[in-house]
Ligand binder design. Structure first.
Ligand SMILES: [Zn+2]
Length: 213
């Protein structure tokens, strides 16, 4: 099995497998982009932690490391770019999973996928009711699979080419792993990081990385 290459964060200088870092690149027009597949333009890596984003934009460090002229930017603007890239990639993954028939959507289909032991993760819409979200979380805990929240009902439905959906279940381990490692690129607070990190690593699992890198 290939070993994932190690890269270091431009802010804290910690070395990590590159899948745990966010790659920021400068396009030919000098605009920043977030590259979640590791192939575009000249890039640098940063940890998905707010403290590292702050450090990366301070004194225009990002521009210096990328060797491009960039207007000063805030950590919030960088975080927004990351969130947008994450949402685009999740939508693309869900679209692929749907075409491969590896996703169940809507409460009944999700429930049935869990009962068949086919569900590998449950994703709730961020605007699902608190009761629905809690019910899904408990179902996921009992099934021993990750429960995550991302995107609104409209966006989840659109990604699947259907009407708004409050929840979906991914039924393939590779797609589930790719969804989890993509969501792990969302910046977290510094004080929660070590716990967040170790449970993220457990959830991601090696099997997804073999396929999706
Ligand atoms: Zn860092």
């Amino acid at each position: 099995m290939a070993v994932e290459p190690i890269r270091s964060c431009i802010a804290c200088r910690t070395s990590r497998p590159k899948g745990m870092l966010v790659r920021v690149y400068a396009g030919p027009d000098g605009r920043l982009g977030i590259d979640l597949s590791g192939r575009v333009g000249r890039g640098v890596y940063v940890c998905p932690r707010r403290a590292c984003l702050e450090q990366a934009v301070k004194r225009n460090e990002l521009a210096r490391c990328l060797k491009v002229a960039l207007a000063p930017m805030t950590a919030e603007a960088l975080e927004t770019l990351i969130l947008e890239a994450v949402s685009r990639k999740i939508a693309a993954l869900l679209g692929l999973a749907r075409r491969a028939r590896k996703v169940a959507s809507g409460a009944e289909a999700v429930d049935s996928a869990v009962k068949r032991h086919a569900a590998r993760l449950i994703l709730s819409a961020t605007d699902a009711s608190a009761g629905t979200a809690e019910k899904l979380r408990i179902i996921a805990v009992q099934a021993g699979i990750p429960w995550l929240q991302h995107m609104g009902k409209e966006e989840l439905g659109a990604a699947l080419g259907t009407t708004p959906r409050a929840c979906i279940a991914v039924t393939d381990p590779s797609f589930a792993g790719a969804v989890i490692s993509t969501l792990n690129k969302i910046p977290v607070e510094r004080d929660a990081r070590e716990t967040a990190w170790s449970d993220r690593r457990v959830k991601s699992g090696a099997e997804s990385r073999k396929v999706w890198g």
